[in-house]
Design a protein around this ligand. Structure first.
Ligand code: HEM
Length: 969
């Protein structure tokens, strides 16, 4: 373990303090009540600190002493293997993880449970800081400056880039300064622009439509299939390629949902008329519902898209079902083999679009050679910002698909199309695309919105809900305008900053844009503190995510403000590494949201305790407007690797258990195939059955677990008339692998090493050894491990071949092809495993994690970056942009004062959750059903039980719900 220097000590103490762990006197307050192990840990200085170099980074593993201090003997006994240690700490799981010791068991800041949680939070923070330090690789030609610095300034603190200037051809080129220094001002910075320019006022192009995806892994580790350097050749030999191992074979053997009665499922297409007798079995996650599955698809459509208008390059390629490994030798698949597996050799798909495919330039620094970008790059066809672009548009064409209400252009057009029985039906439904709308033919008949691809009842649901939410905000604003027409709306026009905009002055167009800002911020809040806390259902993550949003000091404004100021000022320091580390750590205190949106004079901490302190934030000051953002030296866009870990197709069930809210919600009436709601078919399904019934149905149903052999059958057999093949079908599960290979995502083991996680050394590492040897679950895992071995194969290893530069062995030696096994032995081809396959095979997970730890580490970095980089979530979250009502709406989850949830779920007093409030506003008839719901993404009829329970047990009143009748189903 490394020694703690003064600087590291500061980060450590600060990290622990901001994470709420400071208690009592002494430099390490957390340990004042320490047990023997904690004392030992401190005395031996056994605390991991921020690594100076990549090879020394924290791999999520701690010493015996630390494990015992933070999680007792159990945590110590579970340290074996590649997995993170913190999930075994006190209080990081369900009630059984709470300390048995009575003394201090319930204390919030001291005692074993507090040690466990704070230890976990500290390690998560450390990981985030190291991810920021070691995993940012921009493809937009700024990487060289990141490594070498510019004009004496270190790369990681650079905050403007010439590559982020608007080009001469851009219509706003002149307005932002033309050939001179470019700064966005006036109308350009008032609202979120259609194409996402001018979010950062000094980097107009950043995050806008068509910018290149970044990477989180070293450029020379990408595109391993091309064998461009010695390391990737050593790692994979000649065993990998675009169709190697065969993606359809992987899909059929490792992704297919087994069915005991296939004729009741019919490849996910169900029974005619949505008959209830249909059955498609799937592995379910008990603590996450189908609403959560479609929510994340709705989010991804906002963040990224590789396809332009639903298409790739007009060039068609084969997609496998051609070869398989037989005893480690690749052999052609026979007709009988094809039949047995059910794959389709005649499927074809259009080739992925590549932005730049020429050989990248390289440069040297400190004796080391670097590539300036990845060997190929791809473009994000939507804005990278969390700006609700799936609803409002991301370019001119998509913008034209958004229909406003001609009677009130501040509103989105919603039509009273349904003579339903629901109170909310009068709020209306989205209109359907009309002839002349700029769409692909395959989208005709769909409801009109900016991002219409891969549409189904799930996307229809969210687009309708948030269109209603948009209009609800407009209505409330108008009510206020009627009450106080001459009152100050809080809004200001940066082009005329001194002019007070009264309610009566606000134009419909301005109100539309304000409403967009509010809806986008609300969505970001729902995702951060409601969806993610249910996806990662345990106490450390609940605290961590809330800290990301509002900070651990949310209720202690003075401290929060003080920290915000410190953080803001640290941005100015020249010491790049320290600045970035400290910035990220300290941001946990005040939260990222709203960072820099107040500015005070004088010495930050002392000044803030003064009750008369004055907020000096000024719309005329560029530094104030832009002051909260931090890109850590690398312009923001999602990395290619982020898309990989969002390939979450197993979340989808094949059939939706349809219920009705006003006719005994415990009864499942139909089993509606998702595919029967695909594209234009969603419109009829939505209008016939109504928003509230779909909310109830998807709210009560469990989603699919992210694990092997659990992909929806309908996606493996998706019919798409646009495909130029005899089958006109595609296996989306296989396509997930092909796309990652086309875009050069490193395969699983190197992916983990690059992100600072321990590597696997054989397929057996996947088995959850905490399970009893003879348990059926362990038996199934062992079977799957055998299938992995069959599909990916084994080879005789060569210890002379170094395979990575990302990490070293524990003894400091290079990692070689044998992964610790003797030279010449037959080892598993674990290096070749596709990343999606690898993370689906992670059977061992932190408590309450719907995702694997590999996906999680990608989220830690990018989820906070997408807040840190966005002006509208940091310094510009102000009434000048959002209006006073808008700021209150986002802060309080809707109009009026804050509403609190009953009781203290999992020990916390909390606001009525933001998504629950949205559902109550847009579907008031669900008030009864939602009464006991604490998190809209937890199955609505589940009894949440004790501390982070995952039990599948009905809540009072839902005992008769069929979903609880047969727990195995
Ligand atoms: C009815 C539901 C869905 C359908 C029909 C569907 C279909 C598809 C298809 C056909 C593609 C491949 C596009 C290509 O590369 O050519 C795709 C990509 C993708 N899907 Fe889905 N999907 C559905 C739901 C979901 C859900 C719930 C998620 C969860 C996050 C998801 C995440 C993704 C991601 C991340 C990609 C890659 C996008 C990109 O390359 O930019 N999808 N989907």
């Amino acid at each position: 373990m490394r020694q703690i220097g003064t600087w590291s000590r500061l980060v450590t103490v600060t990290g622990l303090c901001v994470l709420g762990a400071c208690a009592g006197p002494g430099p390490f307050g957390i340990f004042v009540d320490s047990t023997k192990d904690c004392a030992e840990m401190f005395l031996q200085r056994d605390i991991q600190t921020v690594a100076k170099i990549r090879e020394q980074r924290f791999l999520g593993k701690v010493s015996d002493t630390t494990a015992r201090c933070l999680g007792g003997k159990r945590a110590e006994s579970l340290r074996e293997g590649p997995w993170l240690d913190w999930p075994n700490y006190w209080a990081a799981g369900d009630a059984t993880s709470l300390t048995p010791a009575r003394l201090l068991a319930h204390a919030k800041v001291i005692g074993p449970n507090a040690h466990g949680i704070n230890g976990a939070l500290y390690e998560l923070e450390l990981q985030r800081i190291e991810l920021i330090k070691f995993n940012l690789f921009d493809n937009n030609k700024t990487y060289e400056a990141y490594v070498t610095g510019r004009n004496g300034e270190a790369g990681p603190v650079l905050n403007t880039w010439p590559e982020m200037r608007l080009p001469q051809s851009h219509p706003d080129f002149k307005s932002v300064g033309g050939d001179q220094t470019q700064v966005c001002r006036g109308e350009l910075i008032r609202f979120r622009t259609l194409t996402g320019t001018c979010n950062d006022i000094r980097n107009p192009l950043m995050g806008s439509t068509h910018q290149l995806f970044a990477r989180n892994v070293e450029f020379n580790s990408t595109f391993p299939d091309l064998g461009l350097n010695e390391m990737t050749k050593n790692r994979h030999g000649d065993r990998v390629g675009l169709l190697k191992p065969d993606p359809q074979i992987i899909s059929r053997k490792l992704f297919t949902r087994a069915q005991s009665q296939p004729d009741r499922c019919r490849d996910g297409y169900g029974l005619p008329g949505g008959a209830k007798e249909a059955e498609c079995e799937y592995k379910k996650a008990p603590f996450f519902n189908v609403l959560a599955a479609f929510w994340v698809q709705f989010m991804t459509h906002d963040w990224f898209a590789h396809l332009e208008e639903g298409h790739n390059r007009p060039e068609w390629m084969a997609v496998g079902c051609a070869t398989q490994l037989v005893k480690n030798i690749e052999q052609p698949l026979t007709g009988a083999g094809v039949e047995k597996l059910g794959c389709r050799p005649d499927d074809r798909i259009d080739v992925a679009s590549i932005a730049e495919g020429t050989e990248p330039r390289s440069f040297t620094q400190g004796g080391k050679t670097y590539l300036t970008r990845a060997p190929k790059t791809t473009a994000n066809q939507v804005t990278a910002w969390w700006d609700a672009s799936q609803l409002y548009g991301y370019d001119e064409r998509s913008g034209k698909r958004v229909k406003r209400d001609p009677k009130d252009p501040a509103k989105l057009l919603l039509m009273p199309v349904r003579e339903g029985t629901s109170a909310s039906d009068k709020l209306g439904y989205l209109p359907v695309f009309e002839p002349g709308d700029p769409i692909n033919p395959e989208w005709s008949g769909q409801e009109a919105t900016a991002f219409p691809d891969n549409w189904s009842i799930g996307t229809s649901f969210y687009h309708n809900v948030f269109a209603r939410e948009h209009n609800a905000f407009v209505d409330e604003f108008r009510k206020q305008a009627t009450r106080t027409p001459d009152g100050d709306s809080g809004l200001r026009n940066p082009a005329n900053p001194d002019y007070i905009i009264r309610y009566r002055d606000v134009t419909p167009n301005e109100l539309f844009e304000v409403s967009r800002l509010v809806v986008a911020a609300e969505i970001a809040k729902i995702h951060t503190i409601e969806w993610t806390t249910q996806l990662l259902y345990n106490e450390p993550l609940n605290r961590g995510m809330n800290a990301n949003w509002s900070g651990v000091f949310a209720k202690q404004e003075v401290v929060a403000d003080a920290l915000k100021e410190v953080v803001r000022r640290l941005d100015d320091t020249n010491d790049a590494k320290k600045a970035n580390s400290l910035y990220a750590a300290l941001a946990s205190g005040p939260g990222i949201f709203g960072l820099g949106n107040r500015v005070y004079d004088g010495v930050p901490l002392v000044g803030l305790i003064d009750p008369d302190k004055q907020d000096r934030w000024d719309l005329k000051n560029d530094d104030h407007i832009n002051g909260g953002v931090n890109h850590f030296g690398s312009p923001f866009n999602f990395p290619e690797e982020f898309i990989t870990v969002y390939r979450l197709h197993p979340l989808l069930p094949d059939l939706i258990e349809y219920r009705e809210w006003n006719k005994e919600p415990n009864v499942i009436r139909y089993r509606v195939p998702v595919i029967e709601t695909f594209r234009g078919k969603a419109t009829k399904a939505m209008r016939q059955k109504g928003l509230a019934n779909w909310a109830l149905s998807m709210g009560r149903q469990r989603l699919g677990a992210l694990t092997l052999q659990n992909h929806p059958l309908f996606l493996q057999n998706l019919k798409m008339p646009r495909l130029q093949s005899s089958t006109q079908q595609i296996d989306v599960a296989a396509l997930d692998l092909i796309r990652d290979r086309e875009r050069g995502v490193p395969r699983y083991n190197e992916f983990r090493r690059q992100y600072g996680l321990k590597q696997m050394t054989s397929f057996d590492d996947f088995v959850d050894t905490r399970l009893p040897q003879d348990s059926p679950a362990r038996g199934e895992q062992e079977q799957l491990v055998n299938t992995l071995r069959e599909v990916y194969g084994q080879h005789q290893c060569d210890a002379s071949k170094k395979i990575t530069e990302a990490q070293l062995n524990d003894d400091g030696s290079p990692i070689n092809d044998c992964l610790g096994h003797p030279h010449g032995s037959l080892i598993d081809n674990i290096e070749d495993v596709d990343t999606v396959v690898g993370w689906l095979a992670e059977f061992r997970r932190p408590h309450g994690f719907a995702i694997s730890e590999t996906q999680f580490v990608v989220f830690i970095l990018n989820a906070s970056r997408r807040l840190f980089s966005d002006r509208f979530f940091t310094a510009s979250f102000r009434p000048e942009f959002y209006s006073t009502l808008g700021v209150e709406w986002v802060t309080n989850n809707g109009p009026g004062p804050e509403m609190m949830e009953q009781g203290a779920p999992n020990g916390h007093e909390q606001q009525v959750s933001p998504m629950k409030r949205v559902l109550l506003r847009t579907m008031p008839e669900l008030a009864g059903e939602l009464q006991g719901v604490v998190n809209a993404f937890d199955p609505w009829a589940r009894d949440r039980g004790e501390y982070y329970s995952l039990d599948w047990k009905a809540r009072a009143g839902a005992e008769g719900d069929e979903a609880f009748a047969n727990k195995k189903k």
